[in-house]
Design a protein around this ligand. Structure first.
Ligand SMILES: [Zn+2]
Length: 294
């Protein structure tokens, strides 16, 4: 799995903002669609036009999204901020999402979404453009989400003391060797379940959970990814993150490259997340656990 994660990041890494490197962003979208199709998923897109150009969120499910469901969503944005090759932010998230998809396979009611235009763009002050569009459309069409797991920069780990910066009011370890799970009130059971599945299947992975008060408005950084539109629409959603700017020295710079990331860490996150989703499905269906290998 480690090698596959590295390979995916190598394929995605590179300038791909929505304006100057629009063609690269489109190539990245095609790459993700192909990977999902190879794994047997039905791939659809949620398209929209911004300043004369078309952008797409990529949706992978087992049977398509014609029927309304109470989805479990795993998502990650595939665009990168202008001027950065975006290995941690967020090729790492896409790689983990694709590997979770491979572990679980096409299965109801799981939905994988690769979001576009999460980052601020050169030609607008808006961000989270892709996920806002997606949540609006899905809500209007009568879909529901029982859980949304958003992977946002999940590749950087540091074992050095004081490598972890903390925003005001947040209590967490000062060493940046954990994965952070940021949730809203409705997602407390999901955070607990992730912690439990991680300690059972990947005990070496340290998990720190944080419930953001006031939909995250107290610490704006806790809203800096595609989970925020899900919070605003009232769904249980979590951001799974290495904490990005609070830990990673190359956040949003031209140096955000694969060489600084840990394939081991991303593999552990993949397993913990896949087991969490699998467990949710088992609990809701009453079926016995299937054995999945990685
Ligand atoms: Zn990001």
């Amino acid at each position: 799995m480690k090698d596959r994660i590295v390979q995916i990041i190598k394929n995605i890494e590179g300038y791909r903002d929505g304006v100057e490197f629009y063609e690269s962003l489109c190539r990245c979208a095609e790459y993700i669609k192909t990977r999902f199709k190879e794994m047997g998923f039905v791939v659809e897109t949620d398209d929209f036009i911004l300043k004369g150009r078309e952008y797409s969120n990529i949706i992978a499910t087992s049977k398509g999204i014609k029927e309304r469901r109470n989805w479990i969503l795993v998502g990650a944005h595939y665009d990168a901020v202008h001027g950065s090759p975006g290995a941690d932010d967020n090729a790492s998230g896409v790689a983990v999402m694709l590997e979770v998809a491979r572990m679980l396979g096409p299965k109801e009611p799981i939905m994988f979404v690769a979001f576009t235009l999460e980052e601020p763009q050169l030609n607008t002050i808006e961000f989270l453009i892709g996920s806002k569009h997606f949540v609006n459309v899905m809500k209007r069409q009568g879909h529901n989400f029982r859980a949304a797991f958003i992977l946002e920069s999940v590749g950087y780990i540091s074992h050095k003391p004081d490598s972890q910066i903390l925003p005001p009011f947040v209590k967490a370890p000062r060493t940046g060797d954990f994965i952070g799970i940021i949730g809203n009130k409705k997602s407390i059971p999901i955070m607990e379940s992730f912690k439990e599945m991680a300690s059972k299947h990947v005990p070496e992975l340290k998990v720190v959970t944080y419930k953001a008060p006031m939909k995250g408005y107290l610490i704006p950084e806790t809203r800096f990814s595609d989970h925020a539109p899900f919070w605003d629409a009232g769904y249980p959603a979590v951001m799974i993150t290495d904490t990005a700017m609070f830990r990673y020295p190359y956040y949003h710079t031209e140096h955000d490259r694969l060489e600084y990331l840990s394939a081991e860490f991303m593999t552990q996150i993949t397993v913990a997340l896949a087991k969490t989703v699998e467990n949710m499905i088992i609990q809701s269906s009453g079926a016995s656990p299937s054995s999945s290998s990685f």
